[in-house]
Design a protein around this ligand. Structure first.
Ligand code: 16G
Length: 256
């Protein structure tokens, strides 16, 4: 395996930086789960301190490209899923990737809206809401834990519907004629609780992404508030940014 790596580092640039680039390119050619050559071997091959290799591997681990297993070595991570930037359901998103979506229902009940839920759904506190808690799976593997809150008055009977391996958005459209049209979504980094980590089958130290979504079926009409905790090792958020020249920007060459 080492044979496919460049033989030497150049003297021009910091060694750690070069090593990181080399390893990143190398990892991209390997199958997920492949074990990397040991840090000792890499240090010997490139004539650098072991700490330099450790730091380069740390950088790759920080980017989620590799992961360490104590006592066994460093392995190539599964590629990350990109959270779509369009309004899709988990089911549509997984199917578009050729994977089988699934859901395991952990809770499904009508309860009075707490102050926080009421604020997001823009209803009076105490209004009955359907609370659905589901583990979302891709090919049987847990990816996210979703807690959805929907106004019970708008979706009577939802608390008793069979949601196992079912798309909530499809069901809302088929049974109650509610088609999602727009949503506001916020992403933030969170720590998993021990319980959440257990459900998702990951270490509690692992970072996770929290997506909060407020979904509308028509302008001004909120039908859902969701808090979804996605595995940080399997998901990333991608934004395509295009530069808009600001009118107030000084013309090129203009002095201060
Ligand atoms: C996605 C949405 C979630 C929605 C669900 C419906 C994010 C972060 N969240 O997971 O808000 O409730 O799709 O999926 O994308 P379903 O129709 O497959 O049940």
């Amino acid at each position: 395996m080492l044979a496919s790596l460049p033989a030497n580092l150049s003297y021009q640039r910091p060694k750690g930086e070069q090593l990181q680039e080399i390893l990143e390119g190398f990892v991209a050619t390997l199958e997920p789960g492949t074990r990397l050559p040991s840090e000792r071997l890499l240090a010997e091959r490139y004539g650098v301190a072991r700490a330099t290799v450790t730091q380069a591997v740390d950088e790759l681990a920080g980017k989620g490209l590799v992961y360490r297993v104590h006592g066994s070595g460093t392995f190539v991570a599964e590629p990350k899923f990109r959270q779509p930037q369009t309004l899709t359901s988990f089911t549509e998103d997984m199917r578009a990737r050729g994977m089988t979506p699934g859901s395991i229902v952990l809770a499904q009940e009508v309860a009075p809206a707490s102050a926080v839920i009421a604020r997001h759904l823009q209803v009076v506190q105490g209004t009955p809401v359907v609370h659905v808690e589901r583990v979302r799976t891709a090919g049987g593997e847990p990816m996210a834990l979703e807690r959805s809150y929907l106004p019970a008055g708008r979706f009577p009977g939802l608390e008793a519907a069979d949601l196992t391996d079912v798309s909530l958005y499809s069901l809302l459209a088929e049974r109650w004629g509610a088609r999602v049209t727009a949503a506001d979504q916020w992403a933030s980094a969170v720590r998993l609780t021990e319980e959440e980590a257990g459900i998702l089958g990951v270490d509690a130290e692992q970072p996770a992404l929290l997506f909060q979504r407020v979904t509308h079926d028509q302008p001004g009409n909120i039908i859902e508030y969701v808090r979804s905790v996605y595995r940080g090792d399997r998901y990333e958020v991608h934004h395509r940014l295009e530069r808009i020249e600001l009118e107030s920007a000084p013309p090129p060459g203009a002095g201060p």
